[in-house]
Design a binder for this molecule. Structure first.
Ligand SMILES: C[S@@+](CC[C@H](N)C(=O)[O-])C[C@H]1O[C@@H](n2cnc3c(N)ncnc32)[C@H](O)[C@@H]1O
Length: 246
């Protein structure tokens, strides 16, 4: 059963004294560009400006293993490693340029790995947290549902899915966000066959069917230019998990 918001908010996991965002930004400053000037610039502005990361890090408990689907250049894993609370992260990214830049960026880190491939094809290791951040809309509705069911089947009860998704019903800044993404996909900055925005209500229904309940996200601004950060907890099996890798 889906509950919004939960009566029992998850404990926040405060950032330690050294600031992971500052640390990862410094790592981006220090990396040689080697033809990746655009990716470095993108990473620098994203890690500093996107409200996603300060909101998401406290939702990932210390020591949990994380699977980051469609990880881009792998910022989440790097931030978790910089946080120093013993999280191992495997990111899967099918854009070779981003995956290779992310691997270069993570070079020397022991807890952050990036594999280049399709998130439906690369085998998923056991994990207790799955992150799907700004990725779902690349898939048609049926495929989105398949992915949520597959994640539901993969996570143990109590495992977390961190999802950032756009509500197709949002107006204002959200219209600009959708337009920017449409351009990013059109010029192949983000590799995807197309974009498929859906109402948040439909997504919530799919999450419930896949065995998730929504937890409250403490202190989150709720909407990030139309994007919503959802913290979902795996509750029970659904009894009919479709095989999304087929
Ligand atoms: C908007 S970016 C977000 C990146 C990252 N999650 C973040 O928040 O920084 C979405 C990423 O998903 C990747 N992606 C889309 N479909 C994918 C798939 N089927 N398998 C692996 N990566 C995929 C795209 O290449 C793109 O880098």
């Amino acid at each position: 059963m889906l509950r919004t918001p939960s009566a029992e908010p998850p404990p926040p996991h405060a950032l330690p004294a050294s600031d992971p965002i500052h640390e990862v930004a410094a790592r981006l400053e220090a990396i040689s560009v080697a033809g990746d000037r655009w990716l470095r610039g993108y990473g620098r502005s994203k890690v500093r400006a996107d409200q996603l990361y300060p909101a998401a890090l406290p939702l990932i408990p210390p020591g949990e293993t994380v699977l980051d689907l469609g990880c881009g250049i792998g910022l989440l894993g790097l931030l978790l490693e910089a946080r120093g609370l013993h999280n191992d992260t495997l990111g899967i990214e099918w854009d070779p340029a981003k995956a290779q830049f992310g691997q270069r960026l993570a070079n020397g880190n022991v807890r952050t790995r990036i594999v280049c491939g399709d998130l439906f094809q690369v085998p998923w290791p056991p994990c207790t947290v799955v992150a799907v951040l700004d990725v779902l809309h690349y898939l048609p509705a049926e495929r989105q549902r398949d992915l949520l069911f597959r994640i539901g089947a993969h996570l143990p009860v109590g495992g977390r899915l961190l999802l950032r998704a756009m509500d197709s019903q949002s107006r204002g800044m959200a219209i600009l966000t959708r337009f920017a993404e449409w351009v990013a996909v059109g010029c192949r900055w983000n590799l995807a066959p197309g974009v498929h925005w859906r109402p948040l209500a439909d997504l919530r229904a799919d999450l419930a069917a896949a065995g998730f309940r929504l937890l409250a996200v403490p202190g989150t601004p709720g909407s990030m230019a139309g994007n919503q950060l959802l913290l979902c907890e795996k509750t029970v099996g659904t009894g009919h998990e479709p095989d999304a890798s087929a």
